[in-house]
Design a protein around this ligand. Structure first.
Ligand code: XLS
Ligand code: MG
Length: 344
């Protein structure tokens, strides 16, 4: 259990601070400038939406997309960075207002499948075999608007289309129970893993567990991770934190609940997470109140807190833990964990 971890985040994690009730509060940081920040902050991996790599790809030909993606790969190489995954951004186009793969309109579903294939092409050009599917609008606002059985079938069809299109690509489904839709059809890790079993290549489909999404579903992120690990499906993680059942806050990892964060670090470390090349991915937003010159601290801090919790986790007296478990003295075990977190 002495593995070292590699960290990644997406360019959208350095952002202008707009929220649904107010405009940007910080200047945009150009993509090239963001790339320069990665190593300084201790990160080696870059997560992408398809259009983070190739902006406006709907307006480009296949050749233009390939060339732009190749240029981004060259930039990554220059900075010594690796692309972790590509996620098709299927939730911003006016066509996908009521869903992409699960839209009631066949033309929209075709658009979504075509766009997903483009994301696969971009992933290949960037040198990664991993596609993340955050199924943002694959849900509904009212129960009667879509048929939930048909919706799930359609998600499976869309995944099969990607798996057939490329024999090497792997898909990590990122479950989330709500937001932007009232109800999402793939809300939890269990749902995502069940989907994998329905596809043509179950071994190439796994999950991306985001801490906040599990919390929004009323679940414990470390238990969700344990479930995925048991099925050998934990392809990647989006660590962050979340203050209760509100909007998706994407707070700094460990900033809300240290013990909940410790347990995520503990289960990852217990099962040598990273041994198959998995990244410690973060998906965190700087607070809107943060000024421009200090708007990357959330990334630095999340990584630091992960590593501090790793020290605490590895410093636990495992023999004493085992004895307390054997005696079923969970009060004492709880005190031991809390004291470890207090440094007491
Ligand atoms: C949103 C998701 C999103 C994905 C990437 O809630 O976390 O950021 O991780 O598409
Ligand atoms: Mg995420």
């Amino acid at each position: 259990m002495a593995g070292t971890y590699r960290f990644s985040f997406g360019p959208w994690n350095i952002h202008e601070g707009a929220d649904p009730f107010g405009p940007d509060v910080r200047d945009s940081v150009p993509f090239n400038q963001k790339l320069r920040e990665y190593k300084k902050l201790g990160f080696d991996g870059v997560q992408f939406h398809d259009d983070d790599a190739v902006p406006n790809l709907n307006d480009l030909t296949a050749d233009e997309i390939a060339n732009e993606a190749k240029a981004v790969k060259a930039k990554l190489d220059d900075h010594g960075l690796t692309a972790e995954f590509v996620a098709p951004r299927l939730w911003e186009d006016p066509r996908t207002i009521d869903g992409a793969y699960t839209s009631n309109d066949a033309d929209v579903r075709q658009y979504a499948r075509d766009r997903s294939r483009q994301a696969v092409d971009i992933a290949n050009a960037l040198g990664t075999d991993l596609i993340v599917l955050w199924l943002a609008r694959e849900g509904t606002y009212i129960r009667e608007a879509k048929d939930s059985k048909v919706a799930v079938d359609r998600i499976v069809e869309a995944m099969n289309d990607m798996l057939d299109y490329d024999n090497n690509i792997r898909i990590a489904v990122e479950p989330k129970p709500n937001e932007p839709m009232d109800h999402a059809y793939i809300p939890t890790t269990g749902h995502a893993i069940a989907l994998a079993a329905r596809t043509r290549s179950p071994e190439r489909v796994g999950v991306n567990i985001e801490s906040a999404h599990a919390i929004l579903a009323g679940l414990d992120p470390s238990d969700e991770m344990g479930f995925a690990l048991s099925f050998d499906k934990l392809f990647t993680v989006h660590l962050n934190d979340q203050n209760g059942l509100k909007f998706d806050q994407d707070k700094t990892f460990a900033a809300v609940d240290l013990r909940r964060a410790l347990n995520q670090v503990r289960i990852l470390d217990a099962y040598d997470y990273g041994k198959n090349g998995e990244w410690v991915g973060l998906d965190i937003k700087a607070m809107r109140t943060q000024k421009d010159e200090v708007a990357t601290k959330h990334l630095r801090n999340s990584r630091d807190l992960f590593l501090k919790l790793l020290d605490i986790s590895r410093g636990l007296d495992t023999q004493a833990v085992d004895e307390l478990i054997a005696q079923r003295d969970y009060e004492e075990l709880e005190l031991m964990i809390v004291k470890a977190l207090l440094g007491a």
